[in-house]
Each structure stands twice: as structure tokens, then as C-alpha cells.
Design a binder for this molecule. Structure first.
Ligand code: HMG
Ligand code: MG
Length: 307
């Protein structure tokens, strides 16, 4: 199959990228990060997570972040909602796109959301029902699609089963997470082919982490199958608190650079992304975990603020 002509990037940096940061990040910084990402041309920016603050303290200011989102027509800000309580809180805070998250591995499911896979699916049913009544689109994540930090190899049929359940319940898009970033291209291709027997390819997204440096290769492999929605995080930030050893998401800049080089449209301005990557990494006092931003260096935007 030919590569897609355009790709939709779902930026998950403000949520997936920041959720595991050890130091407290203030709301101003989160909102400014979102503003800069939108300014760079990203139209899907996952903003925060309506999860328990005891489980993920970094996302405790979810309502404050939502209240201060930049006004930008056509820009969508999905948020994570693990249960009905999360959905109600998210909606009250103004969310218009939400996401539920399941896993393809039992142990990861228990560590991440404190229940089995089947219990999580049962928990999501009322979330999807309520979201449908409110006219709110729901994305479904499946974690550990190419390996689990606790159980090792994951059967692609287990991924397909969870993806199909989420799709049947009403998730309009299923994002397939290589949560620990151990996958390789042929494995990624086989997993996506197996899932696509249950869920239409057009409703699948790739959410790959880059722990072993395989994410771009894995993305290319699944784009050849027709995947045209890719989750990324600015500066390669991220990691899941419940996935030991999981490094960052694939960097937005690296993906945009690759797509531009392939003539695939994204509508995103690379120099503004690179500046944003350097800005946030400077604030977080961590190295920029993206090859393109390292190569290009900071200071591209006209009137760019210094550090
Ligand atoms: P639990 O402890 O089993 O929940 O946690 P519970 O229903 O028994 O409630 C216990 C307490 O939590 C109660 O408070 C509830 O009110 C409160 P208490 O009465 O003790 O004071 N509570 C909540 N508070 C705020 N918001 C809520 C909420 N729900 C209950 N929504 C729960 C279950 C799911 C809540 C918990 O395990 C949780 O919040 N987990 C979140 C884990 C998480 O955010 N992980 C990272 C995101 S997933 C990820 O990164 C992977 C992904 O990127 C894809 C990939 O890379 O593969 C998506
Ligand atoms: Mg993730």
C-alpha cells in the first residue's frame, strides 16, 4: 500500500510527556507549552488527564489547565478519563474530546489503573455511553501492544481483542501504544495487521515510544500499511509512571522532519517546534531528547525569547 498523503499528528507532550516528570511543573508552564505547540501548527494537543491526583500528582491541576487553554478555532484538546468520575470532571472543566485507556497486558492494567483488562472495559462502557449522550468523541488507547514491562512479549491477538472491544463500545479511534518502546518494525507491522482485521485501519493510530530508538522505523513500517494518525511528544518527553524503564515518546520534531522529507503534509512549522522543545527542556532542566532539535539548535522563530 502507498504511504498516506497527509498525516495527522496528535501531540501528547503536555500529558504523556509531563505526567512522569519528577519535579512539580506549574500550571503556567503547562499552559504556555500548549500555547506554543498550537502556535507551531499542531491542531490536536492532548492537554491533561482527569486521573486520580494520588496516582499521578503531576496532572492534579487538570481543571486549571483546561480553564486556561488558548482560544484557537479548530484546535482539539483531548484529555484522559479513566472512569465516569474522570469524565464528569473533564466535562465540567470544558473538555470536548476524551480518551479512555486500556492495556493488552493484565499486569500492566493492574499497575496502571488498578483493575483487570475486562474490569477496565466494563468500567469504560458507562463512560462511552455518557460521552455519546453528550456528543463527545472518545479515543481508546491500548498500552503494551509490543511488549509489557512485567510480562514481556504480548500476543497481537490480545491487542486486537482489546482494540475491538473499545471500537465496539464506540471509540472512534484506537491508539496503539508501544508503551515501553521495545518494538521493532516487522513486529509493529504484524501487530497492526492483526488489529486491522478487527478495527478499520483508518481508525487506528500509532503511539510509539522510542526507548530502543526504533520508533521512526516502526512508524514507517505501519504507515506503509495505511496508518495516518501518529501520536508524538515535543522533545521526546515522556514515559509512563507504571512502565518501568519506559523512555520518551517519539519526538514530534523527528516525526515532522521525516514526514516533510517524504513530502507528506502535516501543516506544522518545524522551526517553531524546535524552539518549543529547547524552551521546555531548559525549564525542565533536561537534555533535548530529539535528534532534530539537537541538530537544529534553538533560536529559530523571529523574536524568539531567549532562555
Ligand atoms: P482506584 O484507587 O482503584 O480508584 O484508582 P477508586 O475508584 O477505588 O477510587 C479511589 C480514590 O480515587 C477515591 O478517592 C476516588 O474519588 C478517587 P478517596 O475517596 O479515596 O479520596 N478517584 C479519582 N479522583 C480523581 N479523578 C478520577 C478518580 N477516580 C477515582 N478520575 C484509577 C483507579 C483509575 C482512578 C487510578 O488508578 C488512576 O487514576 N490511574 C491513572 C493512571 C495514569 O494516569 N497512568 C498514565 C496514563 S496511561 C499511559 O500513559 C499510557 C498511554 O500514554 C498509552 C501508551 O503509552 O501505551 C495512554
Ligand atoms: Mg504513552
Amino acid at each position: 500500500m502507498a504511504l498516506p498523503r497527509s498525516v495527522r499528528i496528535v501531540e501528547v507532550g503536555p500529558r504523556d510527556g509531563l505526567q512522569n516528570e519528577p519535579g512539580h511543573i506549574d500550571t503556567d508552564t503547562k499552559v504556555e507549552l500548549i500555547r506554543r505547540l498550537v502556535g507551531a501548527g499542531l491542531t490536536w494537543v492532548e492537554a491533561t488527564a482527569f486521573v486520580s491526583p494520588r496516582w499521578v500528582p503531576q496532572m492534579a491541576d487538570h481543571a486549571q489547565v483546561m480553564a486556561r487553554l488558548p482560544v484557537a478555532p479548530g484546535v482539539r484538546h483531548p484529555v484522559l478519563t479513566p472512569n465516569l468520575q474522570g469524565l464528569e470532571n473533564a466535562v465540567a472543566a470544558g473538555a470536548r474530546d476524551v480518551a479512555v485507556f486500556a492495556a493488552a497486558s493484565e499486569t500492566f492494567s493492574r499497575k496502571n489503573i488498578n483493575c483487570s483488562i475486562d474490569e477496565s472495559l466494563a468500567r469504560f462502557a458507562p463512560v462511552l455511553e455518557r460521552a455519546r449522550d453528550l456528543g463527545i468523541p472518545v479515543r481508546g488507547y491500548v498500552s503494551c501492544t509490543l511488549g509489557c514491562p512485567y510480562e514481556g512479549a504480548v500476543d497481537p491477538r490480545a491487542v486486537a481483542r482489546v482494540a475491538r472491544s473499545l471500537h465496539q463500545m464506540g471509540c472512534g479511534e484506537i491508539s496503539l501504544g508501544d508503551t515501553i518502546g521495545t518494538g521493532t518494525p516487522l513486529q509493529a507491522r504484524h501487530m497492526v495487521e492483526t488489529v486491522a482485521e478487527q478495527v478499520p485501519m483508518a481508525q487506528l493510530a500509532a503511539h510509539f515510544h522510542d526507548t530502543y530508538g526504533q520508533a521512526l522505523a516502526n512508524l514507517y513500517a505501519v504507515m506503509e500499511l495505511g496508518i495516518a494518525t501518529i501520536d508524538t511528544a515535543i522533545a521526546g518527553l515522556g514515559g509512563c509512571p507504571y512502565a518501568r524503564g519506559a523512555a520518551g515518546n517519539v519526538a514530534t520534531e523527528d516525526v515532522v522532519y521525516m514526514l516533510q522529507g517524504m513530502g507528506i503534509e502535516t501543516g506544522i512549522r518545524l522551526p517553531a517546534l524546535v524552539d518549543t522543545a529547547h524552551w521546555i527542556c531548559h525549564l525542565l532542566q533536561r537534555p533535548v531528547n530529539a535528534k532534530v532539535s539537537r541538530a537544529m539548535g534553538p533560536g529559530h522563530a523571529v523574536g524568539a525569547e531567549g532562555h
